[in-house]
Design a protein around this ligand. Structure first.
Ligand code: CUA
Length: 181
């Protein structure tokens, strides 16, 4: 099931629950009120409310952690503990990467800068999906950490409009199998 279908199913289920509760309340109207039952129901509602609040809080905390703990942009101050470093310089309209290849399975720190205007450094896997991206800015170095799981020829593409040569501003980047594997 794709993500949209899952979200759609959850939303429909939620709507169904709300509709059922609404129908239940409608069916109950017109009955004589029972004091004891009403105060018991109020206490139960308060407990449920508290429980639901805690549940939602935990849900949001977990959701935030699960979606952000692998955020690829590391702290920009201090040394990064990467196994390999690649210096990336963008200029109208080419990329310089030293070295031009890294080993798979080891962390890589890309130090990305520009010799002229702003460019967008984006790295695409051989299957065409984007794996990392950051801005290439003049007089500033953006660092980004990544570990390539699979060897292959990756493609760098500029993602920030930088003039007439923007669209073909591409380069290839080799990820080779780690030695001894
Ligand atoms: Cu460089 Cu667009």
């Amino acid at each position: 099931m794709i993500l949209q279908d899952i979200i759609w199913t959850i939303a429909l289920s939620g709507i169904a629950v709300v509709a059922l509760v609404f129908i239940y309340i409608l069916l109950g109207t017109g009955k004589a009120a029972d004091e004891a039952a009403m105060s018991k129901a109020a206490r139960t509602a308060r407990k449920l409310q508290g429980g639901l609040f805690v549940l939602l809080l935990l849900g949001f905390a977990f959701g935030t952690w699960a979606t952000l703990h692998k955020f690829p942009i590391p702290k920009q101050d201090g040394a990064l503990q990467a196994d390999q470093v690649v210096d990336v310089t963008a200029r109208m309209w080419s990329w310089t990467m030293r070295p031009a290849s890294v080993a798979a399975g080891k962390t890589v720190e890309f130090r990305v800068t520009s010799a002229d205007v702003n460019h967008g450094f984006a790295l695409y896997a051989p299957d065409g999906h984007i794996v990392i991206q950051t801005q290439a800015m003049p007089e500033f170095t953006n660092r980004i950490l990544y570990r390539f799981d699979a060897p292959g020829v990756y493609t760098v593409q500029c993602l920030e409009y930088c003039g007439i040569g923007h669209a073909p501003m591409k380069a290839t980047f080799n990820v080779v199998a780690a030695k001894g594997e």
